[in-house]
Design a protein around this ligand. Structure first.
Ligand SMILES: Nc1ncnc2c1ncn2[C@@H]1O[C@H](COP(=O)(O)OP(=O)(O)OP(=O)(O)O)[C@@H](O)[C@H]1O
Ligand SMILES: [Mg+2]
Length: 316
């Protein structure tokens, strides 16, 4: 088994009668990029705050870097909170140096490190600027660098991408990848699935405080049926005989593609090879003007799993 840097066991957080986090258990492997994904109000920030021992769980156990409280391993952790903001009067390089020193770095090394990260992640021109003169997004970038400049073993970023333009989102993705390549473990929360899809080795899907899924992105995708789009004028009812076809939906009777065909969507189970569908079309003389196989995106998985979970609970 992979060494885990953080584990949660049956963690619950209640506020009065309201359960914000409901029985979450997790193991986060060392060196992984781990995404906490879920809609607004899912319990991501509450979970992160419990991990950092900012708030106490109502029940359950947390082990972080081998300790029972994050406060015992402070210098090993880098944290970007959900509410962003930095001391405004300081210069950019000095604030990064300051946070690195707060987390145990020696003064000269911290200064060097501040200039190195500012240069590497595209902020060198702002190094001498005061924080108050920065735009919101650039200020946030500086805060991320302040949180991780001391090269902590475990990095926890709460919504690091929110408020960044596409270029700076890319820079942040690069920073996260660089840290993982250096053996650091990175946890980040988001409700934007694309970042998680590109970055994460593992994800936690959480909704209404409950864990809906945890595992790799590939495993998440394997939980839902895949889709094939077919455009044809032929009768496709014979495709229904193939094992593992869950559903055939008609998408458009007169697609505006210029081809005179009907557009169908087939939902197929994981074990079905799309080539078999294509072969069956040839064998049965179904003339195709379009055949398109798409892997589900993490967004599809999320909608599917969160939707299923809500329906199951409503039915109980
Ligand atoms: N101090 C508190 N008292 C009462 N309820 C709280 C408190 N803190 C959080 N909650 C509730 O717990 C739930 C989870 O909140 P949390 O901030 O963890 O969600 P989140 O997943 O981080 O959402 P977002 O994507 O909007 O940041 C919400 O319904 C929130 O209103
Ligand atoms: Mg949050």
């Amino acid at each position: 088994m992979q060494e885990s840097v953080l584990s949660l066991s049956h963690v619950v957080k209640q506020y009065g009668d309201f359960t914000a986090v409901n029985d979450i258990s997790l193991n986060i492997p060392k060196g992984s990029i781990y995404g906490f994904l879920g809609p607004n109000g899912a319990g991501k920030t509450t979970t992160i705050r419990m991990i950092l021992d900012i708030i106490k769980p109502t029940r359950g156990e947390i082990t972080i870097l081998g300790h029972s409280s994050a406060l015992d391993v402070r210098t090993g952790i880098g944290y970007l909170p959900e509410e962003k903001g930095l001391y405004k009067k300081m210069k950019v390089w000095a604030i990064i140096q300051y946070f690195a020193m707060l987390k145990g770095m020696e003064k000269k090394a911290a200064k060097q490190r501040a200039w190195t990260v500012l240069e590497k992640y595209g902020l060198k021109d702002f190094a001498e600027a005061k924080v108050e003169t920065l735009s919101k997004g650039l200020g946030q970038k500086v805060q991320v660098l302040s949180a991780v400049a001391h090269a902590p073993e475990l990095v926890i970023l709460d919504e690091p991408f929110s408020g960044l333009d596409p270029v700076n989102q890319g820079v942040l993705e690069e920073l996260i990848r660089d840290m993982a390549a250096a053996g650091q473990t990175v946890i980040f929360s988001t409700h934007v699935m694309q970042h998680a899809e590109r970055l994460c080795d593992q994800i936690l899907l959480i909704a209404k405080g409950r864990k809906i899924f945890d595992g790799s992105v590939a495993q998440a995708k394997a939980t839902i049926p895949r889709r094939i789009l077919i455009e044809t004028n032929s009768d496709i009812s014979s495709l229904r005989d193939i094992d593992g076809i869950r559903e055939i939906l008609i998408l458009a009777a007169n697609p505006v593609t210029g081809n005179a065909g009907q557009l169908w969507q087939l939902q197929i189970q994981q074990q079905v090879n799309p080539q078999l569908i294509l072969k069956t079309c040839f064998d049965k003389g179904i003339a195709l003007s379009r055949f398109e196989f798409t892997e589900p995106s993490l967004h599809d998985v999320f909608v599917h799993l969160v939707g299923d979970d809500a329906r199951e609970r409503a039915a109980r």
